[in-house]
Structures are given as structure tokens and as C-alpha cells.
Design a protein around this ligand. Structure first.
Ligand SMILES: Nc1ncnc2c1ncn2[C@@H]1O[C@H](COP(=O)(O)OP(=O)(O)OP(=O)(O)O)[C@@H](O)[C@H]1O
Length: 390
């Protein structure tokens, strides 16, 4: 167990009560403004003390009210970039970084300052004082300073939002590398599911100081209304995929999900090996008894029907393809095909019917085609709202 927390804290009217355990991976801490994300990170980092409970990280007790243990912040094996953090304004970036490095035990040191200076492109600002830095530069310095503690876990409080767009695109692969190469789990707090999903699909949903749900997005999203709460419109299938390679000639990215190959819209920004979440609407999946040759649809995923669920004028067909896919077809089609539970079937999915979850905010317009004097908005979400200028 990486992290085991059960604490209570009251601040004015706000009460945080957070029983939470994390296995050996990072997670995204999602919550609306005021949900308690910064508070929870502060409790782990040691900037705040709970009234009761315990916090154990990687077998080390950081806090235990029963045993009377409170480990001071400097000694906690936690790197944290918190909104409430401050730095010595008169110190230079170099002094800040080397100061943090010299306080880390030699045998625990994971990173060298030079490595992080290169990784986070800090060389041009090394001799500036913290007071002279922009907000985004300060965030990068704080991140480097936290990593120089060689932490067992990295806590980030809405860092993408604070760091600015330019470095955001650079920071993402860095954080992914830290997780993969250095086995450094990141707990990332944000109000944006989209940002969290760029890093991880493990979610902790916090509301009003309470943990509503935790687990992989697929499981969390099963709860009625949860996706809407997370700021995502209703979608029927969410799949984790691993990107394999990009076919620039063919115009698609190839990925695996539960051992099945998927052709996805081309997104070269995903490094092969990285993970993403994709969504497919149930009524964007057609079914066929056999594999079809000579068809433009790139995804023909074979699976076995495990349930036929009648809806008002349609049938939801639950297909086990390694992962579970829900397809929605008309009752007429279901009857004509004489579908039965246990039958083998192919799920036909067009590449462009698959949407990266991180891009859902970018909807409703997926693509606008100008043909003659007419504009056509090619987006399922806009089906009821087409706009054809005169
Ligand atoms: N110093 C304080 N004293 C009393 N209450 C506080 C203090 N700081 C925060 N709170 C309250 O604690 C609650 C949780 O705040 P917190 O900053 O942890 O939320 P958050 O989820 O991080 O929000 P945001 O996304 O806006 O940063 C809020 O109701 C806030 O008003």
C-alpha cells in the first residue's frame, strides 16, 4: 500500500473526512472549487495538521493522533507543489535548488540538480531571484525543488493551470516519465477531468470534504450521473487504450485495449506506449454476424454477446470483446439478425466515431466542411443543431 489516510479536519464550517487508500500508482484528485483538494494535499505534505486520524506513506507514519506522531514537513518523503506554498523571495533559483538538494540525504537522492535544470529548462533563470520570476516560472522552480527532495510521492495542486500553456505541453511527458522511469506516483489535484486524464485514469472524487468515489474512471463512471458531475456529457463506452504507433499515411493512430487493436483518429502527440482514454457512443457501433471485406470501417472487433437489454425503441447489446462494449441497435435490426446471448458478433466502429476523452471539452464541432455555399458540421453532438448559412 502506497498511501493510507483516514483523517478528520475541521476548518470553520468546512469538515474534511477522508478515508482513502492508494495502491502503488498515482491518481487524479478531482473536485469542484472548495471541495477540499488543497486541504487534503496539505495534510499529506504536512502544511496542515488534522484533528485526528492517521496518514501512512510507503510504510512510514506521517501522522498518527493515537500514537502522538507528527512528522514535520521537511522530513516527509513527499514532494509538493501547493497553491499555498511560498519560497524565499530574495534567494536565486540556483540557491533554492541546491539548498533543497543539500538537505536531501545522500543515499536517498534520486535526481541531480543538473538533470532537473535541463529537464525543466531552468538554465536561463538560474541566477534570477525568485521575486523576479513569473508565476509559471515559479511553479517550475517549485517542481524542481520538490523533486530534489527525492520524494516517494509527488503532490501537484492544479499545476498545469498555473504553469501556463507553453510549459504544460512539455510538463506532461516529463510527469509521465517521472511516473514510468522513476516509479514516482503523482497525486494531481484539479477541477478539470480533462487535465487529470492526460496523466492518469485513476480518480479520487472529492466533494465537500468527503470522498465520493475512487478507482479507475471506467468504474467511477458507472455510477449514474457521475460523468455529468465530472463535467463530461453522457457517453456509453469508455476504454483505456495504449497507443502503439502512428500511421501518417493511413491517417490513424493504432492502439490496443484489452488485447484488441483499435484504429483511432491520428494524434501524433501521444508517445507510443502512452495511455489514453477514449469514448464511443453506443449508437455509433454497428453489428455484423461476420467480418466484412471491402468496407471503409477500420474497426471490426469480435466479441460474444453477453446481454440483450431492451430500451424504449432499441436494444442495447452488451458485447464482451475482452472489454465490454455497449452497442445500441433498433429492435427491428435485432430481430432480423436473430441475435441471441452467447452469439459471436463483430462490432463495427468508424475510426472517427472514437473520441479521446481529453478532447471532449473541444466538442461540439469536430469538423466543419465547406461544400459550395453550405457548411456542414460533422458532429454527432450537433445533430439537432445543424446550421446551414444561407
Ligand atoms: N485557512 C482557512 N481557514 C478556514 N477555512 C479554510 C481555510 N482555507 C480553506 N478553507 C476552507 O476549506 C474548504 C476547502 O478549501 P480547499 O482550498 O481545500 O478547496 P479546493 O478543492 O482546493 O478548492 P480550489 O479548487 O478552489 O483550490 C473551503 O470551504 C475553504 O473555504
Amino acid at each position: 500500500m502506497l498511501l493510507d489516510i483516514n483523517v478528520k479536519l475541521r476548518r470553520g464550517r468546512f469538515e474534511l473526512s477522508a478515508p482513502l487508500s492508494l495502491e502503488n500508482s498515482g491518481a487524479g484528485l478531482f473536485g469542484q472549487s472548495g471541495a477540499g483538494k488543497t486541504t487534503l494535499l496539505g495534510l499529506i505534505a504536512g502544511t496542515l495538521q488534522p484533528q485526528s486520524g492517521h496518514i501512512v506513506l510507503d510504510g512510514k507514519i506521517l501522522y498518527d493522533s493515537g500514537k502522538g506522531i507528527t512528522m514535520p514537513r521537511e522530513q516527509r518523503p513527499v514532494g509538493a507543489v501547493l497553491q499555498t506554498d511560498s519560497m524565499e523571495l530574495a534567494a536565486t533559483v540556483r540557491e533554492t535548488l541546491y539548498g533543497s538538494y543539500s538537505r536531501c540525504w545522500t543515499q536517498r537522492r534520486l535526481f541531480k540538480p543538473d538533470y532537473l535544470i535541463r529537464l525543466l529548462e531552468l538554465a536561463p533563470i538560474l541566477d534570477l531571484t525568485i521575486a523576479l520570476l513569473s508565476g509559471a516560472d515559479r511553479q517550475r522552480v517549485m517542481l524542481a525543488r520538490s523533486l530534489l527532495k527525492s520524494p516517494k510521492m509527488l503532490l501537484l495542486d492544479d499545476t498545469f493551470a498555473a504553469i501556463g500553456n507553453r510549459y504544460r505541453m512539455q510538463l506532461l511527458p516529463i510527469l509521465k516519465r517521472l511516473q514510468a522511469e522513476f516509479d514516482l506516483p503523482v497525486l494531481y489535484a484539479s477541477r478539470s477531468l480533462r487535465e487529470i486524464l492526460e496523466l492518469t485514469d485513476q480518480l479520487i472524487v472529492l466533494e465537500n470534504g468527503q470522498i465520493l468515489r475512487s478507482g479507475p474512471l471506467r468504474d467511477v463512471a458507472k455510477q449514474q450521473g457521475m460523468l455529468r458531475y465530472l463535467g463530461v456529457r453522457q457517453i456509453d463506452n469508455i476504454l483505456p487504450v495504449s497507443i502503439r504507433h502512428h500511421d501518417f499515411t493511413g491517417g490513424y493512430s493504432l492502439a490496443d485495449s484489452f488485447g484488441q487493436p483499435f484504429s483511432l483518429p491520428l494524434r501524433p502527440q501521444f508517445v507510443p506506449g502512452s495511455r489514453a482514454q477514449v469514448a464511443i457512443r453506443a449508437n455509433d457501433i454497428a453489428l455484423s454476424r461476420g467480418f466484412i471485406e471491402g468496407i471503409s470501417i477500420q474497426n471490426q472487433i469480435k466479441g460474444r454477446i453477453c446481454a440483450l437489454i431492451p430500451a424504449s425503441d432499441s436494444v442495447i447489446v452488451q458485447v464482451d470483446c475482452g472489454c465490454t462494449l455497449l452497442a445500441e441497435i433498433t429492435s427491428g435490426a435485432c430481430k432480423e439478425m436473430a441475435l441471441q446471448e452467447g452469439d459471436w458478433i463483430y462490432c463495427l466502429i468508424k475510426t472517427h466515431a472514437i473520441v479521446y476523452l481529453a478532447e471532449l471539452d473541444a466538442l461540439p464541432y469536430e469538423k466543419i466542411v465547406n461544400h459550395g455555399d453550405n457548411y456542414y458540421f460533422l458532429s454527432a453532438a450537433e445533430a439537432n443543431n445543424r446550421h446551414f448559412p444561407a
